[in-house]
Design a protein around this ligand. Structure first.
Ligand code: HEC
Length: 121
């Protein structure tokens, strides 16, 4: 019986799978942690719930090199003020149980959403 895939094709498929799998797995681990921490109770990717849409956050901080740290700090300590016109002044609650690395991973996940300009409040 003839094997339809050449060794070369098979080898490059394996390389692609090997290169793409770890980062995809890391992304979904962050997503799972965010779900478990209740982030999606107040946030959706492309619509406001209680907090701003993550796509608006990605738009607001595009090109801002300090955004990961600022957002990680806000995720851990909570805060208010940036999104008042859209939220009516509701604060983001603190999550002191998260490590800085976990909060930074969440911030990167949020910033990696496709940016959408927030509508006029
Ligand atoms: C009880 C509702 C609620 C929960 C739960 C919540 N948030 Fe928020 N979040 C908010 C509100 C309200 C704001 C707007 C704060 C502001 O105006 O500065 C916000 C803002 C943010 C911002 C933008 C901060 C900024 O300064 O621009 C990020 C990023 C964010 N939240 C991520 C998260 C993550 C990650 C979690 C889960 C660990 C989470 N939020 C859980 C309500 C919530």
């Amino acid at each position: 019986m003839r094997i339809p895939l050449s060794f070369g094709t098979l080898a490059s498929l394996l390389v692609v799978a090997f290169l793409s799998f770890p980062s995809a797995r890391a992304t979904s681990a962050v997503h799972a942690l965010m779900k478990q921490q209740g982030c999606f109770v107040c946030h959706a990717v492309d619509a406001k719930i209680v907090g701003p849409a993550y796509a608006w956050v990605a738009y607001h901080y595009r090109g801002d090199k300090t955004a990961v740290l600022h957002l990680a700090d806000k995720i851990i300590h909570g805060g208010v003020g940036v999104w008042n016109p859209w939220t009516g002044g509701i604060p983001m609650p603190p999550h002191p149980n998260l490590t800085l690395a976990q909060a930074e991973a969440m911030a990167r996940w949020v910033l990696a959403r496709k940016p959408i300009a927030p509508p006029k409040p």
